[in-house]
Design a protein around this ligand. Structure first.
Ligand SMILES: [Zn+2]
Length: 114
């Protein structure tokens, strides 16, 4: 963590800009408050820099979020595989022999085999 010398906001160690005021941490030093036309106060932080700052600041939360979704995706895949296996077993153990038996009965009936 490092603190913005301009506004005191806590920022991630790797942050390039202050999240609150946009004060750059590298390059030129922040100007003091005297100047009214201080253009540094109007620095627009790009969405990408904001995202980078936010992701490094909330790195733990972000990795928890990704971990949670990894688990959700893995469970979905397991359910999909399990569902396929159940469908396969129901087919081979129940519906297939039942239908085969029906076909045999029909064949016997149509060909007068007892
Ligand atoms: Zn700041």
């Amino acid at each position: 963590m490092k603190f913005c010398s301009n506004c005191g906001q806590q920022n991630a160690k790797s942050a390039k800009f202050c999240l609150r005021c946009g004060n750059p941490f590298e390059g030129h030093k922040p100007q003091q408050t005297n100047s009214v036309n201080n253009s540094d106060n109007d620095i627009k932080i790009s969405d990408r820099d904001l995202l980078t700052n936010a992701l490094t600041t909330y790195e733990d939360d972000y990795s928890k979020f990704k971990k949670k979704w990894t688990i959700v995706i893995c469970i979905s895949i397991l359910f999909y595989l399990f569902g396929s296996l159940v469908a396969y077993l129901v087919y081979t153990l129940h519906f297939k022999p039942k239908f085969e038996k029906q076909l045999v009965e029909r064949y016997k009936k149509e060909n007068h085999i007892s």
